[in-house]
Design a protein around this ligand. Sequence first.
Ligand code: AMP
Ligand code: MG
Length: 468
Amino acid sequence: MFNFNNTYSKLSDNFFYHVKPEDFPKSSLIIYNEDLAKELGAQDLDHTEILQYLSGQRLINNEEPISMAYAAHQFGHFVPQLGDGRAMLLGEVVSNGVRRDIQLKGSGQTPFSRNGDGKSALGPVLREYIVSEAMYHLGVPTTRALAAVSTNEPVYRNGAEPGGILTRVAASHIRIGTFQFFAAREDLKSLKELADYTIQRHYPEIKELINDRSGEIYLRLIQEVAKKHAKLVSRWMGLGFIHGVMNTDNMSLSGETIDFGPCAFMDEFQFNKVFSSIDRQGRYNYQNQIPIAQWNLYRFAECLIPLIDNDQNIAIDKVTKTLEDSLKYYDQQWLMTMANKLGISDYDEDTREIITDWLTYLHDHELDFTISFRTLTEDINSFAQFSERIKAKQGEEAQELMNKSNPIYIPRNHQIEKVIDMAYEADFSHFFKMCEMVKEPFLRREEYEEFERAPQKSERVKATFCGT
Ligand code: AMP
Ligand code: MG
């Protein structure tokens, strides 16, 4: 049973609304993530009970869910109020000392829904389930999927589609946009409350500064967030992952990958690859992800200026210095991630040149990102023009490093499309198979051979959709 221990709903009233999930009486449970349920202490529920809890038919512990307020820069434009328009936080669970949010996505309207129906189509639910679980098993910080439910009711997007509800598990749902919400309202009291809460929950390493009144703690917070995001986005880069919607509401303060919309793993490598149908300018293309994460960090830091010094000029000076200093983490993390993929742990500027040449080669020849790195892992001589240069930089642990940095399996787009197409015909077999496949991305298994292959030209997915 979920043993809730809620803290966010105890913050000030303007942080959220109390909400009730819509009742979806015809729903059925597609999948329940038993491994994750065990981690959360929620393994002793029978499936009828789970379904009732996760489809709005019954409240857990009579606890009222909440929808959280946030703002965001969406594609560079500031929107002062967004909030959970189709998501509801059921509660927080602490297990093994880790606090996590249990949230429904697609469970009906909230005061933040504006013109939206608060629902989700089944396709995006299945996509998020597969990709977030794949991320987890690839070792990338990420929200996870506890369950997927079919509502067995239509939602209307471009025509009727089957509806679904995802149960998401996250270290928290505090976003850069949550800070922007209060900063835009010049509500310093709430801003400080949020900042201190975030530090308590995610940054225990700076907690001891909490009674220090110099504002130093918020400069440290900027720095620590920079480190987390630098690591996160570098890991995406190392997997050829394109998030697709790096708006500031989709950047979590916990440093987890969150909000899997039109995201995708690249097949053939292109520096400026874009999948999202709504990213027409390519703002969130593959190679822009680090600069955009830095842009987002600036938006975060701006929010904290009033907490740092009463004198705005002094505060801006301090923040500017901290930001300049913090940008280095992004390059350091990227260089380390890419060097490790080439089996190089002792990297330097020469290594950077090798990486750039190698990626340019993949780009020019439109080679598959995942397969090329894995081929190199399994036989370093397979790309003759690079092998000597790479070997000269490698140390003793090179093979081991490459084995664990270069997956065999990623959840390829055309396979996810196949999952969704089949699910819309009520056949979940491919979904289940893919959910198993993603659990061991570094171990080759005969029964998953189709997931290792790149798409044929005719199978290639050119665009992905949010589907919201
Ligand atoms: P996202 O693109 O998922 O980051 O969502 C951006 C904003 O749109 C958030 O405030 C969402 O809550 C809201 N939103 C997305 N889909 C829906 C929907 N079907 N109904 C209501 N609000 C939605
Ligand atoms: Mg979002």
